[in-house]
Design a protein around this ligand. Structure first.
Ligand code: CO
Length: 478
């Protein structure tokens, strides 16, 4: 009976915790001192790569994300390393060709990733297929001996369309597509404890794969939900060490270890050791706060999310957009408009990038005084079908208003994208900065940002033995 197995933990302190609380600014030198001890804890996995970390390494931290991954792999040889991958968007914000997706997954595995969590903002499984196939195809690229886990993900949201049956059917489909584990990803902390219990039970009854659950504690219900999900037989939970746990991050690791100790689902993790490791990250959190990346607001319970059913991050985006437009008096009107825009666009789950797309359009609809008088290019793309299949058909009158008589696509968006790898390889080689095959992938995802990083890396290397151009003089191209 799987619900008598010990509960397994995924530690998110090296990825989602600082992405959710501190703009993804934790550096490798702040991770390394604790890696050897994290590796001994006995976590199911340690999430440490993907999501926004790739962009942040290149853009803000002058770190090669691939080098970061290899370093972490070496420092934690015993534990499965986990990443978050946005399906056909890889780690960027648009759809990429299948050959780029294939190569990215291959290199992620060969550089040290074991668990690949794959999601799509619209839960369109066609946008996850190339990633899942690559995961299965490149199992032999794993050098760690810990294996590869293809973790297919359901982005959780609420609305008439999103019934328990919807998720049960989605889970079955993903299992049929070759998933090893299924993740219920509650990025907006919308899954409440009792529904979490029923949902896990229903999905568990329908599939054989282990179930991994992910939430945040933005509105304060995250750890209660975990407890009910554990009672329902969930296999793996995502938590973050307490110095960067709770609030907009995951429920904290230590209280959940303690709560389950001595029960049939005791994790077996050593609470004292984990608490001691956490002390190091208290210092890291203090550094991030001092540098202005960790805002106290990220640690507070934000109950507004329970009422408006939008992710916490989306609320703060709306506030900053309205403040900029000097229109905070319209805040309530915009909040009321968000669910209407979401309905007009076929009820997408609100997760990157759909949350930003819906939020910005709601602001435009209210500020311009007429709905869809101004329409963002992303909203047009969504209605054209460029992000994939929407949960519900869009009202023809709304379609007409947003894109006129422009054609819409119904195929998998990436079917319209020609192979891109050859072009990217040629461009990076021509730039003179090519050092490793992985550079091509960095460039494919973030051309300008990666090029700037390559220049920095080359300058640093060239100046290694000279006094000229070191970081202090500030004349290095960063
Ligand atoms: Co998350």
């Amino acid at each position: 009976m799987s619900n008598l197995n010990k509960i397994m933990f995924t530690e998110t302190i090296l990825r989602d915790a600082h992405q959710s609380q501190a703009a993804t600014r934790m550096r490798i030198d702040e991770m390394l001192p604790m890696c050897a001890r994290l590796d001994e804890v006995g976590y199911y996995s340690i999430e440490c790569w993907g999501g926004a970390t790739f962009d942040s390494c290149l853009r803000f931290l002058n770190e090669d994300p691939w080098e970061r991954l290899r370093t972490l792999r070496k420092a934690m040889p015993k534990t499965k390393l986990q990443m978050l991958l946005r399906g056909q968007n890889i780690l960027g914000y648009k759809h990429y060709a299948d050959d780029v997706v294939d190569e990215f997954v291959k290199k992620s595995i060969s550089n040290g990733i074991n668990v690949i969590r794959i999601f799509d903002a619209l839960n369109d499984t066609r946008n996850m297929k190339a990633c899942m196939d690559a995961c299965n195809k490149y199992r032999s690229e794993d050098k760690s001996g810990l294996g590869v886990v293809c973790e297919a993900t359901m982005s959780y949201t609420v609305g008439d369309y999103y019934t328990r049956d919807y998720y049960v059917n989605l889970a079955k489909e993903l299992e049929g597509m070759g998933a090893d584990t299924i993740c219920i990803k509650d990025m907006a902390n919308l899954l409440l404890p009792y529904e979490g219990f029923e949902l896990v039970k229903a999905v568990k009854a329908a599939i054989k794969c282990p179930i991994h659950i992910h939430t945040h504690n933005t509105s304060g219900t995250g750890n209660m939900m975990y407890l009910k999900a554990i009672e329902a037989g969930v296999d793996i939970i995502d938590t973050a060490l307490s110095p960067m746990g709770n609030g907009t991050s995951q429920p904290a690791t230590e209280p959940l270890i303690a709560a389950l100790a001595g029960t049939p689902r005791d994790s077996g993790l050593n609470l004292e050791e984990v608490t001691d490791i956490g002390q190091h990250f208290k210092g890291v959190a203090a550094r991030l706060a001092k540098d202005g990346f960790l805002n106290k607001k990220a640690l507070e319970t934000d109950v507004k999310a329970l009422i408006y059913q939008v992710p916490g991050g989306m609320l703060s985006n709306l506030i900053s957009q309205l403040t900029e437009a000097n229109a905070m008096d319209k805040y309530d009107a915009v909040l009321a408009e968000v669910p209407k825009v979401r309905a007009d666009l076929g009820y997408p789950p609100l997760v990157t990038p759909s949350s930003q797309i819906v939020g910005s359009q709601a602001v435009f609809n209210i500020l311009s005084g007429e709905r869809y008088k101004m329409v963002t290019k992303e909203v047009k793309g969504m209605v054209r079908g460029e992000y994939g299949k929407l949960a519900c058909e869009v009202d023809p009158a709304i379609v007409k208003k947003i894109i006129g008589d422009e054609p819409r696509i119904t195929c998998r968006p990436a079917d319209l994208i020609e192979p891109e790898m050859a072009k990217y390889i040629a461009e990076v080689k021509a730039s003179g900065y090519y050092e490793q095959e992985e550079d091509v992938l960095s460039y494919a995802l973030f051309p300008q940002v990666a090029t700037k990083f390559f220049q920095y890396r080359a300058a640093n290397k060239y100046n290694v033995d000279t006094e000229v151009g070191d970081v202090e003089t500030g004349i290095q191209p960063v």
